[in-house]
Design a protein around this ligand. Sequence first.
Ligand SMILES: [Zn+2]
Length: 130
Amino acid sequence: MPPSKKPSLKVLLSLYLKEKYPSFINGGELEQFAVTQGHKASTGSRRCRELADEGTLERRMNGKSVEYRDKEKGSQPERNPANYRCCRCSKDAIVFRDSRPVCQKHLDLAGLVGGIMNLRDSNNNTLLLT
Ligand SMILES: [Zn+2]
């Protein structure tokens, strides 16, 4: 068989998952995808494991099956307060205040002191107080 000019299965899998981001895709569906690309299902799941080990894909278990998704590189999730703990306690932060993550309780306390009342805009989005 002549060498294929097609991109490698790993490249195809990561492109496929980029397209599906932010959804997690079941390993079985990725095996099916590998089959449609002319590979064995087992090769598909092996390539997924390799990509996850390399840090290209995110892997999680859903019951007994494994799911993968692309690790989004271009985004800046660090500016999402939901990814942080409050700087004053261990609760999940809901907002940034003076560039520091703050939970609802400590935000309320700060609000009482600072007179900040309207923390949500008309679309009910949490405002970033930076
Ligand atoms: Zn707190």
